[in-house]
Design a protein around this ligand. Structure first.
Ligand code: SF4
Length: 240
């Protein structure tokens, strides 16, 4: 294994804008919960459940679990809490870790009712909502930020394994793999436009799932290849 080369400074705001333009040119605008603001509290509640159910699993598993809840007419906090926990677990089985997720979903439903509704739980500025969500058992930073960005439609940046991989491979990570380091770096440079932040996360995921694969990245087909250290063999080490 080669020694890592000298660390290069993280990208500037201008660099990030260029990467964003390249990604959106390659993939087009991503349709991640685009109508949440117009669709009302039921849709926002569903987005929150989706953020919990997709923890440690692919989205299709979470989507299948959401479809099961719909099929059982369990689409409100009250209806979900009325289900015996084993029944709820069975409905959530496609999302994996289903017993744990059943408990997480129940905790979330309780918090919605305690707050007086989903819009009350998600009310206030982004920092207040984030603190409220992080206080709930089963809600970590990535889940909280997904809920804030896609359900509450307030500004935050969602950090995930795709973001770590991409910026490490490009050779200009914000720092070590640390959720808050990445989140603050992006928030300070990308501003607070919710649509743009929505697109950033969705585009990084799309790129990581389609081109910048964990093994065998498709560098020959990558719009970011000209600026990527990994593709030049300069990254110095493998990146998961
Ligand atoms: S050039 Fe290869 S390693 Fe670099 S971002 Fe593109 S797919 Fe990933």
């Amino acid at each position: 294994m080669r020694e890592p080369g000298p660390a290069r400074r993280p990208y500037t705001k201008r660099d990030l804008n260029a990467i964003y333009r390249a990604l959106i040119e390659a993939y087009g605008p991503q349709q991640w919960w685009p109508t949440a603001a117009e669709d009302g509290p039921e849709q926002r509640f569903e987005i929150c459940l989706g953020a919990i159910l997709t923890q440690n699993t692919a989205w299709r598993g979470a989507a299948a679990a959401l479809a099961n809840l719909q099929g059982a007419s369990a689409t409100t906090p009250e209806a979900i809490l009325d289900l015996p926990e084993p029944v709820l677990g069975d409905l959530l089985r496609p999302s994996g870790y289903f017993n744990t997720k059943a408990r997480k979903v129940r905790v979330f439903c309780d918090s919605v009712l305690d707050a007086g509704g989903i819009d009350e739980l998600l009310g206030g500025d982004a920092d207040d909502v984030r603190a409220r969500l992080l206080a709930l058992w089963g809600v970590g930073p990535e889940t909280a930020d997904s809920i804030i960005l896609y359900a509450a439609r307030k500004p935050t940046f969602v950090v995930d394994a795709y973001a770590y991989r991409l910026f490490e491979r490009l050779g200009r990570p914000p720092g070590k793999r640390d959720y808050d380091t990445y989140r603050m770096y992006f928030l300070e440079r990308l501003g607070d436009d919710v649509w743009t932040l929505n697109q950033w996360h969705a585009l990084i995921v799309r790129h990581g799932q389609q081109i910048c694969l964990r093994t065998r990245p498709q560098c020959g087909a990558c719009i970011l290849e000209p600026r990527c250290e990994f593709s030049r063999g300069d990254a110095g080490h493998e990146v998961d």
